[in-house]
Design a protein around this ligand. Structure first.
Ligand code: AHR
Length: 800
């Protein structure tokens, strides 16, 4: 020790002995508290009113309106009434947010109102409060804990070399108790399908034409209109594409094209049309013309050469009529187009010069769709989803389900029936939804892959991030007016009849007419999507919930607890759902891999008597949002911990599911694709391994790891389940360490026969890692887990 250091320590000791330390360390009984606004509520405190200390933590932010332009907090004012704190702030011109808290730390979800005089009132409030020291202490501890958690949750594998410098391969022993199986959910792994990232139109929905019905509009995207994706060959005739709305095909489909002889209309598809030589494509269109005439249809390549046979269609009806043809591809191409030509024939021939024809709803489908369904799904993408063995499919969102504003709420009735009668709408993710992939197609897909349908319907409120609505409020926009709620609730009850009623019922009949006489056997309905749990929400949710409960007690209603794993919507969502007796709630959280590592016990702590959990949206997010081995292993680790708790967490779905390259609004996703390729991610393999290795019984085991390093211990997870149909035991092991972990099993017999061993491993940053499976005999009950790996051992029917 240096002399300087020694003197310093001595001095401190002397001061402490003399009582200096005591004087200054004495805790004040009370202090002054004031608000600091940094587009969020911060606090500062002072003992003497002169020296102020800021607590560097944001205790409340505005949740008003869309991200980007809103979420603003101006002039927050704090008051204390009846032992509760109340905060009122200006969220926008004349729009105020208000919320209350018992302790300044836990705030209730916000409510918003328009008040043109509020400013006057707010200015009279006091801005400092005398509070007991405990209040200040609690605020500081909250700030400290949050900073500590941030440090933990920011840990990334890229720093493991330093974090785990000197760590040797780890040994672990696992003692298994096969005698104490716990019953767990048989629906744990499902999929979350949302029309985001061009997942539906241009994606899973196999329609090859874009803007097939001329209904694109600037509401979808500023630069879009009825002619988007269409061009006209101007050599022979009028230059512009003429769009009309006179006597439309259907009021839900108001625009159509008016073509005249000599014109050639071309659709470019979604980034081109991918065709395969020899494959057949179903073409259809609606048309009408005052005089009969002919239209020629074919596929062309990027040089304008024929890429299919040409079909000549005689248009002979004065009223809208559907015309169909089959095109066979003569070549394989990724960027073909559809050409519709109106022949420039002489006047005395039908369809001659000056001939006009009105056309709408062009369509081109590969005949090879998933399960060969008409108006079907892209076979390769649908198969990739089916391969996950999902036990349920959630649809149609996500945010898409509750929409950007009340008018944009997804109405299931607008998505069924004839295509020309469906109501297209803008897509909250910045494009267009045809609803060609609608409720019938979703239910059909579920049936085709043996998954339960899980439709999510808005809880009478749109997305809390919605833009300003008619009533001047953004966000939930005040919700569907109460006088319209009865009709809205009836729509939901009608959905149950449509799905489950026999064909003699009003809605069951429609399902039967659409080609499905047997009921779909709907069991679950989700109400709401990670909503703000405001008074507006609660009032409407309760009305819907009670109506379903009364009329259809057989349906499990899934409620919602906000977009995070903590905070005001989570707390209030849980409180509200518990009080109401909602059987299951939908939790969402996108978190760092380290959150998953350090929250292994998240569900262990859940009250078993409260509603069950559907973890409806989750994923591990790293800076830059890759889907790589690190994120995938974190998800595997989390799923092991969830599987242990699958007595209360009954369903899970990674989100989002699909993303088209070049049209992605959200990363990471589970499956990327373009028009010809399907590109599963590393996370996909984890989901697939869980989906294909599910069990109905959880087998408890205790693990001892021979290391004092708590961060190392946190990076190991296990789960053992038993598939009661096959009798197989399935052991899942995650090692998120940069070194091997050797696990010695006790009280577990792997048997003499080789077990099926699947390992996913590699560099944490690897975005292409894939699992490999071998048959291997387990020697001496020892399993060595490679660094950064997920191992699944399937032990065949051992104890039968
Ligand atoms: O999964 C993408 C989006 O994330 C969902 O639409 C929404 O529910 C969540 O915020």
């Amino acid at each position: 020790m240096s002399a300087k250091c020694f003197v310093k320590i001595l001095l401190i000791e002397v001061l402490v002995i003399l009582g200096w330390g005591k004087v200054f360390a004495d805790t004040p009984d009370s202090a002054l508290l004031a608000v600091e606004n940094r587009n969020g509520l911060y606090f500062k405190w002072s003992v003497d009113g002169e020296q102020w200390h800021t607590i560097n933590h944001c205790f409340l932010t505005s949740d008003y309106g869309p991200w980007g332009s809103h979420k603003k907090m101006h002039d927050p004012v704090l008051t204390r009434e009846d032992g509760r704190w109340k905060c009122v702030f200006r969220a926008d011109e004349n729009v105020y947010g208000r919320t209350v808290s018992p302790d300044l730390i836990h705030w209730k979800p916000q409510d918003y109102y328009i008040d043109r005089d509020a400013k006057k009132d707010l200015s009279s409030y006091t801005d400092t409060f005398e509070v007991d020291w405990q209040t200040i202490d609690n605020l500081m501890k909250t700030a400290q804990l949050s900073a500590y958690k941030r440090l933990l949750y920011d840990e990334q594998a890229k720093d493991d070399a330093v974090r785990f410098a000197g760590l040797q391969p780890v040994k672990a022993t696992m003692t298994v108790d096969t005698g104490k199986p716990k019953k767990i959910s048989d629906k744990l792994i499902g999929v979350f399908f949302e029309d985001i990232n061009y997942a539906a139109d241009g994606g899973l929905y196999a329609e090859l034409l874009q803007n097939r019905d001329f209904e694109y509009s600037p509401k979808d995207r500023r630069e879009w209109n009825s002619t988007t994706a269409w061009t006209i060959d101007t050599r022979h005739s009028r230059h512009e594409i003429k769009i009309d709305t006179l006597n439309p095909l259907h009021p839900n489909n108001p625009h159509h094209v008016v073509l005249e002889s000599g014109q050639t209309l071309v659709n470019e598809g979604f980034d081109g049309i991918a065709i395969k030589q020899g494959d057949k494509y179903d073409f259809s269109m609606f048309a009408k013309a005052e005089k009969p005439g002919r239209i020629a249809v074919k596929l062309i390549d990027n040089k304008g050469n024929a890429a299919s046979n040409e079909v000549s269609i005689k248009i002979g009806a004065e009223n809208w009529k559907k015309y169909e043809a089959v095109l066979t591809a003569r070549q394989t191409a990724t960027n073909a187009k559809l050409q519709v030509a109106v022949s420039p024939l002489p006047d005395n021939v039908i369809g001659g010069a000056g001939w006009e024809v009105r056309c709408d709803l062009f369509s081109l489908f590969p005949q090879k769709t998933f399960k060969d369904r008409k108006n079907g799904l892209r076979a390769d993408l649908a198969q990739a989803i089916a391969d996950l063995k999902p036990r349920f499919v959630r649809f149609p969102g996500g945010c898409l389900a509750h929409g950007n504003g009340i008018e944009n709420i997804y109405r299931w009735k607008e998505s069924i029936g004839k295509l020309e009668e469906r109501k297209p709408d803008f897509n909250i993710w910045g494009y267009h939804q045809t609803k060609g992939l609608g409720y019938f197609e979703y239910f059909q897909f579920c049936e085709d892959i043996g998954a339960e349908p899980l439709p999510i319907l808005a809880a009478g409120v749109p997305c809390q991030n919605s833009r300003k609505g008619k009533n001047g409020l953004a966000g939930q926009q005040g919700g569907i007016p109460l006088e319209e709620m009865e009709a809205y609730i009836q729509d939901i009850l009608d959905l149950i009849e449509w799905a489950n009623g026999d064909k003699s019922t009003t809605w069951g009949k429609l399902r039967a007419q659409a080609g499905h006489p047997e009921p779909f056997n709907l069991k679950y309905i989700g109400i709401g999507n990670e909503d703000l749990i405001s008074e507006v929400f609660k009032e409407r949710f309760e009305m819907i919930f009670k109506a379903i409960e009364e009329k259809h007690p057989e349906i499990t209603v899934v409620g919602t607890t906000g977009p995070f794993y903590e905070g005001s919507d989570y707390d209030e969502g849980w409180r509200f759902a518990t009080e109401l007796g909602v059987p299951m709630v939908d939790e969402h959280y996108y978190v760092s891999p380290a959150w998953m590592i350090y929250n292994a016990a998240f569900y262990d702590k859940y009250d078993r008597k409260k509603p069950k959990v559907y973890l409806g949206e989750y994923a591990a997010h790293l800076p830059g949002r890759p889907n790589n081995l690190e994120t995938a292993l974190a998800e595997a680790l989390h799923l092991c911990n969830v599987e242990r708790n699958a007595d209360i967490v009954l369903m899970t779905s990674y989100a989002p599911l699909l993303a088209k390259e070049g049209h992605t609004q959200w990363n990471p996703d589970l499956i990327y694709f373009n028009n010809t390729e399907v590109k599963p991610t590393v996370g996909y393999w984890v989901q697939k391994l869980f989906g294909n290795n599910a069990g109905e019984e959880y087998i408890p085991a205790t693990v001892e790891m021979a290391t004092d390093n708590a961060k190392a211990r946190a990076r190991f997870a296990h789960s053992i389940v038993r598939d009661i149909k096959t009798g197989d035991y399935i052991v899942k092991l995650v090692n998120l360490l940069p070194v091997e972990t050797a696990v010695e099993f006790h009280d577990f017999d792997f048997g003499d026969a080789p077990v099926e061993k699947t390992v996913l491993t590699g560099d944490p940053a690897d975005k292409t890692a894939k699992p490999t499976t071998v048959k291997e005999k387990i020697q001496n009950n020892n399993v060595v887990l490679p660094a950064y790996s997920f191992t699944v051992l399937r032990v065949k029917n051992k104890y039968e």
